[in-house]
Design a protein around this ligand. Structure first.
Ligand code: ZN
Length: 414
């Protein structure tokens, strides 16, 4: 309320800290006072905040190694901090807390599982493999959901199945068995999902199918395909990206081939494949036309990032053209794959329609029995071999589909 209060409080804080040393000062959300001081701007606009920051900087300068006071601060927006704060001598060290990798996820699951009664045969490593991209809080939630499910079913221990089900709950929401979907719509969803899976099997290096289900979920998803990768991926090649784009197009392609129409269910697929194509052109330098020019720059990189266009309007429209072209060729590829495997598409979709869920093994059996396409059989079997040999990496690549609520998908795929 009064200018100068913030600075006085900072002075007082450091005075107390020095008296109580050794101690740790922890400042949460430091960006609220540590934002970049803008040059120019409105006169007197943020005087109070700047004075507080100046005081903080001054106090931190006066530190020496033997005072026994450690300053720890946290922020979600490191790029917005004033550069003076980040200089050595103020904050000496930065510790980025990124999303956990496979080893990290397993360790986090282990920590949260400690207070919960688990069955003896629990394989937390598998759960970790199935949750690529999950945050620590989401992993905690998975354990909690598993425990709730066990209690609901009157058991006193959490089983592996409970945990797998809660992975799906966290990715796609609760099963909503009460939702009534007309048989015709259900048929469309089945073909849509199988379309994704078949194209995924055909294109290079796609993650093998772990499970496909058409039980509606509370997130609005009418069905989804869970793909399980054999290893954690940090890089993607141009070919893999094009494969991903074709896989996203697979759902719509199946609708077109079988029902000769298009549904709104592909909205999320379309969004995702367009995003990938745009990144290929404007950020990854993967096209001949534009070469290695960065036309899109990520800001706020720490938590996902927001892309901003950094080129002339004319170039912008050329990028759009290229993006449309890539998406189109992905779609063509998907149609081509499905056209060559119509018999398989029908059989798999029939099975899924009847059982509502198809596991990786069942998928494989049908492919083995009826496929005339060597590549698909090999792709599917290769995946099975890896699984049975116990290759330590399998990570889930959720492709939530038929979903009108894309914002929730974002959360799930993040
Ligand atoms: Zn889809």
């Amino acid at each position: 309320m009064f200018v100068g209060m913030g600075a006085a409080k900072v002075r007082d804080l450091f005075k107390q800290a020095t008296e109580k040393a050794p101690c740790i000062i922890f400042i949460d959300e430091i960006d609220t006072i540590g934002k970049k001081r803008d040059s120019g701007g409105m006169p007197g606009g943020n005087d109070e905040r700047e004075q507080t920051l100046n005081q903080l900087l001054a106090e931190m300068d006066g530190f020496d190694g033997c005072k026994g006071v450690v300053i720890l601060a946290a922020t979600n927006r490191p790029e917005s901090l004033d550069p003076a704060l980040l200089r050595p001598g103020r904050f000496d060290r930065r510790i980025p807390v990124e999303l956990p990798d496979l080893v990290g996820r397993e360790a986090i699951l282990r920590v949260h599982a400690k207070g919960v009664k688990m069955a003896d045969n629990i394989d937390l490593n598998f759960i970790a493999r199935a949750t690529a991209g999950a945050s620590g809080a989401e992993l905690e939630n998975i354990i909690n959901e598993g425990a709730l499910r066990a209690v609901r079913e009157g058991r006193d221990r959490v089983s592996q199945e409970d945990l797998m089900e809660s992975v799906e709950v966290v990715i796609a929401g609760y099963q909503r068995k009460s939702t009534v979907i007309s048989p015709e719509e259900k048929r469309m969803v089945s073909y849509h999902e199988i379309g994704h899976a078949l194209v995924a099997a055909k294109v290079t290096d796609a993650a093998p199918v772990h499970k496909i289900t058409i039980v509606p979920r509370s997130s609005g998803a009418l069905g989804y395909t869970m793909q399980v990768d054999e290893k954690e991926r940090f890089l993607m090649t141009r070919e893999q990206l094009l494969g991903r784009i074709a896989t996203f197009a697979g759902g719509r392609a199946a609708e077109e081939l079988v029902f000769n129409t298009a549904t709104s269910g592909a909205a999320n697929d379309i969004e995702q494949m367009t995003k990938l194509a745009r990144s290929m052109v404007a950020r990854f330098g993967m096209t001949d036309e534009f070469g290695m020019t960065a036309m899109e720059v990520m800001t706020n990189r720490y938590l996902g990032g927001d892309p901003g266009l950094n080129c002339s309007d004319e170039t912008g429209s050329r990028i759009d053209e290229k993006v449309i072209q890539i998406v189109k060729s992905g779609h063509d590829k998907a149609v081509e794959v499905l056209k060559g495997n119509m018999d398989l598409l029908h059989r798999l979709a029939d099975f899924l329609l009847e059982h509502e869920t198809i596991t990786g093994e069942e998928f494989m059996d049908i492919v083995r029995q009826y496929s005339t396409d060597e590549t698909i059989v090999k792709a599917v079997e290769g995946a099975a071999d890896q699984a049975s040999e116990g290759v330590p990496h399998l990570s889930l690549e959720p492709v939530p589909n038929m979903n009108a609520h894309s914002s929730e998908d974002e959360a799930a795929t993040r």
